[in-house]
Design a protein around this ligand. Structure first.
Ligand SMILES: Cc1cc2nc3c(=O)[nH]c(=O)nc-3n(C[C@H](O)[C@H](O)[C@H](O)COP(=O)(O)OP(=O)(O)OC[C@H]3O[C@@H](n4cnc5c(N)ncnc54)[C@H](O)[C@@H]3O)c2cc1C
Length: 394
C-alpha cells in the first residue's frame, strides 16, 4: 500500500464480476482492497446443484482460465453445451447453433453461481496483493484530486486512487456517487428450477419463445436441465402455486415436449426482471462494472458475461495507462473504459429488450416478425455467424 494514496484500487462487492476484477488487477501488479458485506455461501460437491446457474460464454471461460480458477470450477461441476436451439410457439422457423460450425469445443458452460463465487473467493484469499475487508459495508464516499476515500460502517476509512463499484443491480455505491439509472420494469419474473426429463438433453441449450414468455432449458452435468421461465407477474404467481405434478405437466407443454415428459422438479425460485442501465459509468476516481452498471433481461443469458467483459476491459486500460506512466485512475483513462464498454452494454441490453418486446407483443405486425426473424437469421450465414460470435463474446 502506498502511504500517500492508500491502495491502488478499492473494489466494492465481491460477486463474480468484482472478484474476477480484483484477481485480474492483483495479477497485473496492482495493490487491491475488496470490501464485501458477506462471504459467499460454501459450495460442496455433496450438495444438490444450486438453483442459480449461469451460461458462461467462451470469453468468460477464457478469463477464468487466465486467472487459474477454471480448472477447479470445471473439475468440480460444469456442463458444456455444444448446441443451441431457439424456436417459437407462434411461428415456424428455428435457429440452431453448433460449436463445431464455430470451430470451438463448446458454445458455453452451465455453472452454478455459488461454485464460481466459491472458487474466486478462495483465489482472493490466497492472493498476497489483495486485502479482503469482510464483513464490511461502505456508508459514505468522497473524492479528492488524487484519490477517493470510503468510510465504512465501523467508521474506519479506506483510501484508493480508484474505487470500482461491483455491488450489483441495487448498487449503493452508484447512488452515493450520484449516478442515475434508466429503468424499465418488465412486469415479469423468471422462475428457476432443475427438472428431470424423459429424454436426454443432448448437450443442448434450448430456448422457446411463447406468447408473452420465454423458456430456456439449460443442460446440467447430472442429466437434468435447469429451467429459466420468464413470465408475467400474475402468471408467475399462478405457476409457483401449482403442486409439482401440475407444474411439470404445464412446463412440458410449454416446452413442446421437446425432451418428452417432465418427470420431476426441485423447489422453484423466482426473480423479478427489469432493465436498468447506468446513465454514466464515471465520477471522479470512480467507475462501475457488472450489474452495478447494467441489469439486462436473462433471455440471452448474458448478464455476467457482459460484466466480465467490463472487468477485462478495465484491467486493459488501467495497465496501459500505468505502463505509460500516466495517472491510471484519471478521467481520460476512465473515459476510455466507459466509451468502449457502455456502448457495447447498451447495444446488448437494447437488443435483448427489442427481442423481449417483439416476442411479448400480441400485436399482429410484431407477431408476424417472430418467425420471420428466426428464419432470416438462420438462413443468412454471415448474420448467424454474427449472432453466434456475439453470444460467444468475440
Ligand atoms: C434468473 C436469472 C438468470 C440468469 N442467467 C444468466 C446466464 O445464464 N448468464 C449470464 O451471464 N448471466 C445470467 N444472469 C445474470 C447474472 O446473474 C448477473 O449478471 C450477475 O450475477 C452479476 O454479477 P455481479 O458480480 O455484477 O453482481 P452480483 O452477483 O449482484 O454481486 C454483487 C456483490 O456485491 C455485494 N454487495 C451488495 N451490496 C453491497 C454493498 N452495499 N457494499 C458492498 N458489497 C455489496 C454482494 O454481496 C455481492 O457479492 C441471470 C440473472 C437472473 C436473474
Amino acid at each position: 500500500m502506498n502511504r500517500r494514496f492508500g491502495h491502488d484500487v478499492a473494489i466494492v462487492g465481491a460477486g463474480m464480476v468484482g472478484a474476477a476484477l480484483a484477481l485480474s488487477l492483483a495479477r497485473a501488479g496492482f495493490d487491491v482492497v475488496v470490501i464485501e458485506p458477506r462471504p459467499p455461501a460454501p459450495w460442496r460437491r455433496e450438495d444438490d446443484v444450486d438453483l442459480r446457474v449461469v451460461a458462461l460464454a467462451p470469453s468468460s471461460v477464457g478469463l477464468f482460465e487466465r486467472l487459474d480458477v477454471w480448472t477447479p470450477i470445471a473439475s468440480a461441476r460444469a456442463c458444456p453445451y455444444r448446441h443451441m436451439q431457439v424456436w417459437d410457439a407462434l411461428a415456424p422457423g428455428q435457429l440452431r447453433f453448433d460449436a463445431a460450425d464455430q470451430g470451438i469445443a463448446a458454445l458455453g458452460h452451465i455453472v452454478e453461481n455459488r461454485l464460481i463465487q466459491h472458487a474466486l473467493w478462495r483465489a482472493l484469499e490466497a492472493e498476497p496483493r489483495i486485502a479482503l475487508r469482510c464483513p464490511a459495508q461502505v456508508s459514505a464516499t468522497e473524492a479528492d484530486d488524487d484519490r477517493r476515500t470510503l468510510v465504512l460502517a465501523d467508521d474506519s476509512r479506506i483510501a484508493a486512487r480508484l474505487v470500482v463499484a461491483a455491488d450489483g443491480g441495487d448498487s449503493a455505491l452508484r447512488r452515493m456517487a450520484g449516478i442515475d439509472t434508466h429503468d424499465r420494469d418488465y412486469g415479469q419474473r423468471a422462475i428457476v428450477a432443475h427438472v428431470a426429463t424423459e429424454r436426454a438433453h443432448e448437450d443442448t441449450a434450448w430456448q422457446r419463445f411463447l406468447p408473452a414468455a420465454t423458456l430456456a432449458f439449460l443442460p446440467l452435468s447430472d442429466g437434468r436441465s435447469s429451467i429459466v421461465w420468464s413470465v408475467p407477474d400474475a402468471e408467475a404467481s399462478r405457476l409457483l402455486a401449482l403442486d409439482d405434478p401440475a407444474f411439470c405437466a404445464e412446463l412440458g407443454a410449454a416446452f413442446d415436449f421437446r425432451l418428452g415428459a417432465i418427470h420431476s422438479t426441485t423447489a422453484r425460485a423466482a426473480f423479478p426482471l427489469r432493465l436498468r442501465l447506468a446513465e454514466r459509468y464515471l465520477a471522479p476516481r470512480f467507475t462501475l462494472v457488472g450489474d452495478a452498471a447494467h441489469v439486462v433481461h436473462p433471455l440471452a443469458g448474458q448478464g455476467v458475461n457482459l460484466g466480465l467483459r467490463d472487468a477485462a476491459e478495465l484491467v486493459r486500460v488501467l495497465v496501459e495507462a500505468r505502463d505509460a506512466k500516466r495517472d491510471f485512475a484519471g478521467m481520460s483513462v476512465l473515459r476510455q473504459f466507459e466509451r468502449r464498454r457502455r456502448s457495447d452494454n447498451a447495444l446488448s441490453a437494447h437488443a435483448f429488450d427489442a427481442i423481449q418486446r417483439v416476442f411479448a407483443s400480441q400485436a399482429m405486425p410484431l407477431a408476424a416478425l417472430r418467425g420471420a426473424a428466426l428464419t432470416v437469421v438462420d438462413r443468412i450465414g454471415p448474420l448467424k455467424q454474427l449472432f453466434a460470435a456475439h453470444a460467444a463474446g468475440r
